[in-house]
Design a protein around this ligand. Structure first.
Ligand code: G1P
Ligand code: ZN
Length: 579
C-alpha cells in the first residue's frame, strides 16, 4: 500500500483545530530511541552539480539515491539559511518515488541542526501551494518542498528539492547561490540516528529536542480556498447540472480535489479522474497541457463533453483550463482572471497590480491598462514574483507555462486557478468559450504558442542560442514579410524592490506591431537541453479570432526557423511539444 492510500484512508480523520487545541494532539514520544539517539557528524565530499535551477535542485532519482547526495544538499541549505536554534520548518512533497525516504533523512538532519519543530504533511504529502500556505499560516522559518513538479516520477524518473523562505515563496537567487557555493565546499553533515518517524498518523512526535508534528495535508489549504471563493455560488452551479471533469494526473492534488470539489462543493464523484496519487504517476507525465493531459482533452473534445475541464500537475501548482471543445491558453486565462477579479469574493476590492513572466503573452497587459493598474514583466520562474507581492505591488501573476496565482500564497496554484474559473462561471452564466471570446472582442487576441524541442545535446542547444544572439545586429530593422524587427535583446531584469539584477533571461526578437519571438533554454530539465520557442502575434480584428493559433502564427514560425536555424542545427523537423 503506498503513501497515498494511507493518506486517503485517513481523510475522514477529525481535522478540527489540532493546532489551537493542544490537548487534542496525540502526543507519542519517540521514547525508546530518544534515549539512544545519537547526533553524528558524517564526513562527506562535495558533489559539484548541486546548482538549483528555475525551481530548486532537480535530478534523476538515481542521482539523489547516491550516498550523501541528498544529505549534502540539505546540510548546504541549513548552512545557508542560518535558522535560529529552535526554529520551525515546514516539510512535505508531491509524493513521488523517494519522497518518504527523503522526508526521513531531512527530519534527522533538521534535528541535528537544532530545529525545534517540523510541520510535516501527513504521509509526507504537501502540494507546493499547500506548503506555501502552511509556511505562511504558521509563520515557519520557511520550508523544504520535495518535488520535480511535472517531470515524470518512479525509480527511473526525476526527484527534486527546494527551500522556500518565510514568505512561503521559492528562495531568491542570492539564497540559492549561497546554497550552491556551500555545496561545493561541504566536508561534513550533521545527522541524528533514529528509527523511522511514523508519517501517516496525525500527531506530535519527538526526535531528541525536536518536535515533529504530522499535520493534515489538505485542511489548511482547503480553508484558505473557502475564504477566497464563493463556495455557495459554486455549489449552486454544480447543482444546476453543470458538469466538470478534473484530472489530477495521478499526482498530489487527488486528495485536495476530493476534499474541495466533492466534500465541500458537492460535485459528483465522476467529476474527478486519476485522483489516486501514485509514486510514479501511473507511468505518466503529470504536466497539464494538450500533449500530456490528452485523456482529459479527449473527453472535453468528445460529443457529449462536460462544460468545464481542468487538470493540475505533479505537485499541484500548474493548471490547464478547458471549456467544451475549447482550450484556454494560460496567458489568456491570466488575463480573463484579472479582468473578472472584482466578481470574486477574495478579490472584490480590486487588484493592486499584475505581473507576468517575460515569455507570457501580453494579454494581461491590456487588462492592466484598462484597469489602470501596473503590470510587471519578470524573468521566467515564480521566485521573481515574491518581492512584488510582499511589497503589495501585485495581486495576481502568471506564466505561460500553465502557472497562475495570487498573493494568497507565494507559489503558483493549480486548484486556486480552477476555483477562480468556477467562481467566474458561477456568476457569469456563460460558457468558457463565450467568456474567452468576449474577452478577445474587448481587448483583442494575443495569439500565442510555445514550441519545445526537448532532450537536445547541450552543445547543440547552446549553439542555437549563441547563433541567434550573434544574428541580433544583422536582423535589427530587417523586414520579414509583414513583420519588421524593432529590436532584439537578451532579457535582463532589475528587481524594483531589492535592486538585484538577473541577466540572460531569454532572447527576444520584438517586432514593430508588438509581435514577439522568444528563445530560451529550460532551467528545469534533468537530461540534455530543452529549447523553448515562444511566439506571439496580436490580432485586434474579432473577425479573425476563430483562427487556429498555429495557422495564425505560421509566418512568425517560419521567421523563427530561419533566424534560429533550429532544423539545420538540431536535425529536428518538428517540436516535441506544442502548447
Ligand atoms: C518551467 C517553466 C517556468 C516555470 C518552471 C517551474 O521552467 O517554463 O515558467 O516557472 O518550469 O514550474 P523552464 O524549464 O522553462 O526553466
Ligand atoms: Zn509544478
Amino acid at each position: 500500500m503506498n503513501a497515498f492510500f494511507r493518506l486517503k484512508s485517513l481523510s475522514g480523520f477529525k481535522k478540527s483545530a489540532y493546532y489551537s487545541n493542544q490537548s487534542a494532539i496525540n502526543k507519542i514520544a519517540f521514547r525508546e530511541k530518544s534515549l539512544n539517539m545519537k547526533f553524528t557528524t558524517v564526513p562527506t565530499k562535495p558533489f559539484l552539480d548541486q546548482k538549483p535551477g528555475t525551481s530548486g535542485l532537480r535530478k534523476k532519482v538515481k542521482t539523489f539515491q547516491q550516498p550523501n547526495y541528498l544529505e549534502n544538499f540539505v546540510q548546504s541549505i541549513f548552512d545557508a539559511i542560518k535558522a535560529p536554534q529552535g526554529a520551525t520548518l515546514t516539510l512535505g512533497g508531491d509524493g513521488r518515488f523517494y519522497n518518504r525516504e527523503a522526508i526521513q533523512i531531512i527530519l534527522r538532519i533538521a534535528a541535528a541542526n537544532g530545529f525545534g519543530k517540523v510541520l510535516v504533511g501527513q504521509g509526507g504529502i504537501l502540494s507546493t501551494p499547500a506548503a506555501s500556505c502552511v509556511i505562511r499560516k504558521y509563520k515557519t522559518f520557511g520550508g523544504i518542498i520535495l518535488s520535480a513538479s511535472h517531470n515524470p516520477g518512479g525509480p527511473e524518473g526525476d526527484f527534486g528539492i527546494k527551500y522556500n523562505i518565510e514568505n512561503g515563496g521559492p528562495a531568491p537567487e542570492k539564497v540559492t547561490e549561497s546554497i550552491f557555493t556551500i555545496s561545493k565546499q561541504i566536508s561534513s553533515y550533521k545527522i541524528t540516528e533514529s528509527e523511522e518517524v511514523p508519517l501517516d498518523n496525525l500527531g506530535t512526535y519527538e526526535l531528541g529536542k525536536m518536535q515533529i508534528q504530522i499535520i493534515d495535508s489538505v485542511y489548511d489549504y482547503s480553508e484558505l480556498m473557502e475564504s477566497l471563493f464563493d463556495f455557495d455560488a459554486i455549489k449552486k452551479l454544480f447543482k444546476s447540472g453543470f458538469r466538470m471533469k478534473f484530472d489530477a494526473m495521478h499526482a498530489v492534488t487527488g486528495p485536495y480535489a476530493e476534499e474541495i470539489f466533492i466534500k465541500r462543493l458537492g460535485a459528483s464523484k465522476d467529476s474527478l479522474m486519476n485522483c489516486i496519487p501514485l509514486p510514479d504517476f501511473g507511468n505518466g507525465h503529470p504536466d497539464p497541457n494538450l500533449t500530456y493531459a490528452h485523456e482529459l482533452v479527449d473527453i472535453l473534445y468528445a460529443e457529449n463533453a462536460p462544460d468545464f475541464g481542468a487538470a493540475s500537475d505533479g505537485d499541484g501548482d500548474r493548471n490547464m483550463i478547458l471549456g467544451r471543445h475549447f482550450f484556454v491558453t494560460p496567458s489568456d486565462s491570466l488575463a480573463v482572471i484579472a479582468a473578472n477579479a472584482r466578481l470574486v469574493k477574495g478579490y472584490s476590492k480590486g487588484l493592486l497590480g499584475v505581473a507576468r513572466s517575460m515569455p507570457t503573452s501580453a494579454a494581461v497587459d491590456k487588462v492592466a491598462e484598462a484597469l489602470q493598474i501596473p503590470c510587471y514583466e519578470t524573468p521566467t520562474g515564480w521566485k521573481f514574483f515574491g518581492n512584488l507581492m510582499d511589497a503589495d505591488k501585485v495581486t495576481l501573476c502568471g506564466e505561460e507555462s500553465f502557472g497562475t496565482g495570487s498573493n494568497h500564497v507565494r507559489e503558483k496554484d493549480g486548484l486556486w486557478a480552477i476555483l477562480f474559473w468556477l467562481n467566474i462561471l458561477a456568476i457569469k452564466s456563460q460558457s468558457v468559450e463565450q467568456i474567452v471570446k468576449r474577452h478577445w472582442t474587448q481587448y483583442g487576441r494575443n495569439v500565442y504558442s510555445r514550441h519545445d524541442y526537448e532532450d537536445l545535446p547541450i552543445e547543440i542547444a547552446t549553439g542555437v542560442i549563441n547563433h541567434i544572439r550573434d544574428s541580433f545586429s544583422s536582423i535589427t530593422a530587417r523586414v520579414f514579410g509583414k513583420y519588421v524587427v524593432k529590436s532584439c535583446d537578451d532579457f535582463s531584469y532589475t528587481d524594483s524592490i531589492d535592486g538585484s539584477v538577473s541577466t540572460k533571461q531569454g532572447l527576444r526578437i520584438l517586432f514593430v506591431d508588438g509581435s514577439r519571438i522568444i528563445f530560451r533554454l529550460s532551467g528545469t530539465g534533468t537530461e540534455g537541453a530543452t529549447l523553448r520557442l515562444y511566439l506571439e502575434a496580436f490580432e485586434p480584428d474579432s473577425a479573425k479570432h476563430d483562427i487556429d493559433a498555429q495557422i495564425a502564427l505560421s509566418e512568425l514560425i517560419s521567421i523563427a526557423m530561419s533566424i534560429s536555424e533550429i532544423k539545420e542545427r538540431t536535425g529536428r523537423d518538428i517540436p516535441t511539444v506544442i502548447t
